[in-house]
Structures are given as structure tokens and as C-alpha cells.
Design a protein. Structure first.
Length: 349
């Protein structure tokens, strides 16, 4: 009787152990099923963000998950328009997208914080520290929470470097922007207006012709994209650091797709966020040097603002631009205050 009871107890224990531990153990490793996603950035392969931002991230995810996640990247317009890619990802029409906070700031104001504040963080290292690296600040938590409320998961980030002012006439101080018609979107437009300029909204594909025809005087654009967009053919000057020393691009995944992964896959996916941020940011930095050389070889001039002028622009931005970003949402207001404190702590305010 004792042996029978012991056998039954052992069987029940083993069954319970399987029920409790079996699925968890299965979920803790690489699954047999391959998850396939389709991503559509709000830009195509001609943009620097494609080869230096999105594709390296995709490769890192596929390698980290040992092929259990496969991602197909389609150009803007393949499934939705570029402007609809963010909303399409939230709705599940596409599985993920890559874009700039300025493009979807109407849908998620906190995207402005990921994009970068005017004259805010001055480097990749500073941006990481205030957004994720130092628990005293963690602006990234604000952005991630905002994404979650929109059925999204923020999964990738890259610093595209300084967002220069590409112009026909020189910009050596902020007063030179007064009255200048510049293609500028979202936070860029707020900045340009604050400097006395006239921001003009238009698609990226229209900029070259608009500058050539004199419809606009120039554009704000990531510095590494000069040659990609052939801007060196129609402008003469690139003023740095432009409106932002470190302008960023983000990658978002539909939250339902993220939740469908097992624990092991989610851990691997989240685990490449930091490494790909620094990897792709370096790729963009390398591209900046090459693009500026293209401009100079074409007879153009690279203008680097003096430290005194950078301070003037930062003071002006904090006074007149940051409050307009802050008023968009409670999250933005909190993020702006955190950035102010960070710069004070760094001795830059």
C-alpha cells in the first residue's frame, strides 16, 4: 500500500512539474516555429537610414534570435504611404516601421523626445545616457509607455548625426535664418519659426527640385544624406550642428506581434537595442564625414557654428522651442524638464 501511494505521489508530482515547468521551459528557448514579419519604413532604400539604420538592426535581430525571427523590409509606399506607416504598424497592417519622431508627432507627441530636442543632446553618448543609460533620467521610459498606449513597442534607435541646414546662402549665426524659406517638419519647423524663418512642408522627393527652382532656400536634413539626395548639386552650404547635434530615427513594432513572441525571443530582441544603437550611430557618423567631403569636392562650404553661437541657439531653443514641444503632452513636458536637469548636471546650462 505504501509503495502504491508513493508511486501515485511521484506520478502526481511529475505531472504537476510538467504542467508548471514544461511550457515555461519550452518558452525559455528558441522556438521551432519561425516568426515572419514585414516592416515598411516611411522611406525607401535611398535614405541613409535604410542601410545604416534599419538593415543592420534587422540582421542583428535575426542573428540574436537564431533565425526564429525573419524580417522582410519593404520601401515606403509598398503597403502604405510613408505618412501612414506609423499608424499602419499600430493597427497591425504592417508589423513594424522605421521613421522620425517629426513624422508621427501628431499621432504620438512623445516621438519628438526620441527624435531629439532642438540643440539638446550633443552626441550619441549623451543621448543614450539621458534616454536609457542613467537611471536618474530615463526619458526612454516615457517614450516606451507612450508607444505601449498606441499598441506599439519601441525596439530600435539610431543617431543620424547633426541635422544640418543645407542652404544656398551662408548661415553663420541664427539671425541669418530670418525670413529664409526652409523645408522643415515637426520639431524642425518649430525651431525654424523661432529663429524667424519660414518653414515649408513638403515630401523628401520634392526638395531637390524646390531648391533648384528657388521655391525654397534650403532644407534641414541629416548630414549623411547630402549625396544620397544629391543636395550638393543645388546648395552651397551645410551649417552644423544645424537644428540638432544628434537627430534620431526610431523603429517600432506592433505590440501584438511583440507579445506573440516567447520570453527567449523577447529577451533577444530587446537585447540588441543598445548594441545596434551604437553600431548604427557609428555608421551614420562615418557617412557624415563622407557626405561633407562630397559637398566640398563640389565647391561647397561646411560651416561649423562657434561654441558661442551654439550656446545662443540652445538658449533660444530652450526659451522658445522646448515649451512648444512640452505643451504637446504630459510626457513631453516631463521629458523636457528631465533634459534641462541633465544639461544642468553636465554643466552645460
Amino acid at each position: 500500500m505504501s509503495k502504491v501511494k508513493t508511486a501515485i505521489t511521484a506520478t502526481l508530482y511529475a505531472t504537476a512539474l510538467f504542467v508548471v515547468s514544461g511550457p515555461a521551459m519550452a518558452a525559455s528557448g528558441k522556438p521551432d516555429k519561425v516568426t515572419k514579419w514585414t516592416f515598411q519604413p516611411c522611406f525607401d532604400s535611398s535614405d541613409a537610414g535604410w542601410g545604416s539604420g534599419v538593415i543592420p538592426w534587422v540582421k542583428a535581430v535575426e542573428e540574436a534570435t537564431e533565425g526564429s525571427i525573419k524580417i522582410k523590409v519593404e520601401p515606403s509606399g509598398a503597403i502604405t504611404s510613408g505618412s501612414e506607416a506609423f499608424g499602419g504598424t499600430a493597427a497591425g497592417l504592417i508589423d513594424g516601421t522605421a521613421c522620425w519622431g517629426s513624422v508621427y508627432s501628431g499621432d504620438m507627441p512623445e516621438g519628438m523626445l526620441a527624435f531629439g530636442l532642438a540643440m539638446g543632446a550633443s552626441s550619441t553618448e549623451q543621448a543614450w545616457e539621458v534616454t536609457f543609460g542613467d537611471p536618474k533620467y530615463k526619458i526612454g521610459d516615457i517614450i516606451q509607455e507612450a508607444a505601449k498606449k498606441r499598441n506599439l513597442r519601441w525596439v530600435g534607435w539610431t543617431n543620424q548625426g547633426p541635422n544640418a541646414m543645407f542652404t544656398k546662402t551662408p548661415v553663420r549665426k541664427m539671425e541669418d535664418l530670418k525670413g529664409m524659406k526652409m523645408r522643415a517638419g515637426g520639431p524642425q519647423a518649430i525651431f525654424h519659426s523661432a529663429m524667424g524663418g519660414a518653414p515649408v512642408a513638403m515630401g523628401g522627393g520634392e526638395i531637390y527640385t524646390a531648391i533648384k527652382l528657388g521655391t525654397i532656400d534650403g532644407t534641414y536634413w541629416d548630414t549623411g544624406g547630402i549625396d544620397d539626395m544629391s543636395f550638393h548639386e543645388v546648395i552651397k552650404y551645410a551649417a552644423q550642428p544645424g537644428w540638432a547635434p544628434a537627430q534620431h530615427q526610431e523603429i517600432f513594432l506592433n505590440l501584438d506581434r511583440y507579445n506573440e513572441l516567447n520570453d527567449w525571443q523577447r529577451e533577444k530582441l530587446d537585447g540588441v537595442f543598445k548594441s545596434t544603437y551604437f553600431e548604427t550611430s557609428k555608421l551614420h557618423a562615418d557617412g557624415v564625414a563622407g557626405a561633407l567631403k562630397v559637398l566640398e569636392d563640389a565647391g561647397g562650404e561646411v560651416i561649423n557654428f562657434s561654441p558661442e553661437e551654439v550656446k545662443r541657439m540652445r538658449d533660444k531653443s530652450i526659451a522658445d522651442v522646448w515649451p512648444k514641444v512640452a505643451e504637446r503632452s504630459e510626457g513631453n513636458a516631463k521629458g523636457v524638464e528631465i533634459m534641462k536637469q541633465y544639461l544642468k548636471d553636465k554643466g552645460e546650462l
